[in-house]
Design a protein around this ligand. Structure first.
Ligand code: FNR
Length: 372
């Protein structure tokens, strides 16, 4: 007997996982493989999330927690909750209007959209949807003049408040789900705007990721920060830090921030869950937290996950797939996702005894005894 899947209304979506189930049931096989997939055996993708159950909360009771505040500022941007939309390419695979409703939903909900280099729409068209604040993610192009032009364009709009340079994918990883479903002529290029459309070979046998990544410059190294600084005055954030030594090097090189990230498990598989890397940095180079902003992404799905990261010194947390999935409901879906996660962050804060997340958060709310 065959049953027709009924897409639930937003009222029936009560957590971020519910959006993922909808995507699984409604996305094209290609789009589902692209979004849900990760590198090799997907160990890192899964562990990003699963590891939160090994980091325990230590609630302080008997405090007046009748009110709660979760606001903060980041690179001059106001955040209602410490969450940003992690850069995710090709949003047309989630919704026919791509990044446009994503940008509107992020702006109307008081969070920040980090726009991907690999967006379905040109940067300026996405920025037109947002009143004043966004971040812009860069994959450095082998043709450096193309990246330079994008940076100058981003800065000129006045809306981009920080540049995120992604460094965890100097070469394309092996994404098997994506690879198994061959590209057809329809999906090959339409989902990435021409700003960065790679030139050269178009391999039909490759997955979407591989076909679209041939422009990425694998020579990128620490000396390149100087080149970036000569182009732009914007804060520059290094995305993809996965070890304490690199956090320290980023600080010494003069980056304004880092994103602890393993690309949602889509870069090197069997790298540690990002919350564990945050703990490592906390332990081996705590000085970085005072010198630059430390952001983190990968597998954050619950308000309590986010509260844990803030207690361990993070300034904000990026969510990737949840927003790509929520986007299938357009702007309303994005707004609903933010309201769900906001409520969870508030409740988690109150349940551990905090009334002002950024004033009160500290490692005393975290128990990692089981890890030693
Ligand atoms: C990504 N990510 C990513 N990162 C980046 O710097 N530029 C990009 O264009 C993309 N594109 C992209 C597409 C898709 C479909 C996914 C799932 C991810 C990585 C992203 O910014 C972030 O690091 C992870 O998504 C965080 O993990 P979660 O929240 O998806 O578990």
């Amino acid at each position: 007997e065959s049953q027709v899947y009924q897409k639930p209304t937003l009222d029936d979506i009560i957590n971020l996982d519910d959006f993922e189930s909808v995507a699984k049931n409604t996305f094209s096989p290609k789009s589902w493989a692209y979004h849900s997939g990760a590198a090799n055996d997907c160990f890192t993708r899964d562990e990003n999330r699963d590891f939160f159950r090994r980091i325990w909360l230590r609630p302080a009771i008997m405090r007046d927690v009748s009110r709660v505040n979760t606001q903060s500022t980041l690179f001059g941007c106001k955040l209602d909750i410490p969450v940003f939309v992690a850069p995710v390419g090709a949003a047309k695979m989630s919704h026919e209007e791509g990044e446009l409703p994503l940008a509107r939903g992020a702006a109307s909900s008081g969070i920040i959209h980090c726009i991907s280099t690999m967006s379905s729409y040109p940067l300026t068209e996405i920025l037109d949807q947002t009143p004043s604040q966004a971040f812009y993610q860069l994959y450095i192009n082998r043709d450096r003049s193309k990246t330079e032009a994008l940076i100058r364009l981003a800065e000129k709009t006045g809306k981009v408040k920080a540049l995120f340079v992604t460094a965890d994918l100097p070469v394309m990883s092996k994404r098997e789900a994506d690879e198994r479903i061959k590209l057809d002529e329809g999906t090959q290029w339409i989902n990435v705007a021409k700003d960065n459309k790679p030139t050269g070979e178009k391999k039909k046998s490759a997955g979407l990721a591989k076909a679209n990544s041939s422009f990425i410059d694998s020579t990128l190294n620490w000396d390149d920060l100087r080149w970036l600084r000569n182009i732009s005055k914007l804060p520059i954030v290094l995305k993809g830090v996965q070890r304490a030594e690199d956090a320290r090097l980023a600080m010494r090189a003069g980056f304004d921030g880092i994103v602890i990230s393993n690309h949602g498990g889509r870069a090197a598989d069997t790298t540690p869950p990002t919350i564990l890397v945050l703990l490592e940095i906390h332990r081996y180079c705590p000085e970085v937290f005072g010198k630059m902003k430390v952001l983190v992404d990968g597998g954050f799905r619950r308000g309590s996950d986010i509260v844990k990261a803030i207690c361990l010194g993070a300034s904000a947390v990026g969510l990737g797939r949840p927003f790509a999935f929520a986007l299938s409901y357009g702007q309303d879906g994005v707004e609903h996702a933010v309201s769900l996660i906001k409520e969870e962050i508030e409740t988690a804060s109150q349940l551990v005894g905090m009334t002002d997340l950024f004033r009160d958060a500290n490692p005393s709310y975290i128990n990692t005894a089981g890890l030693d």
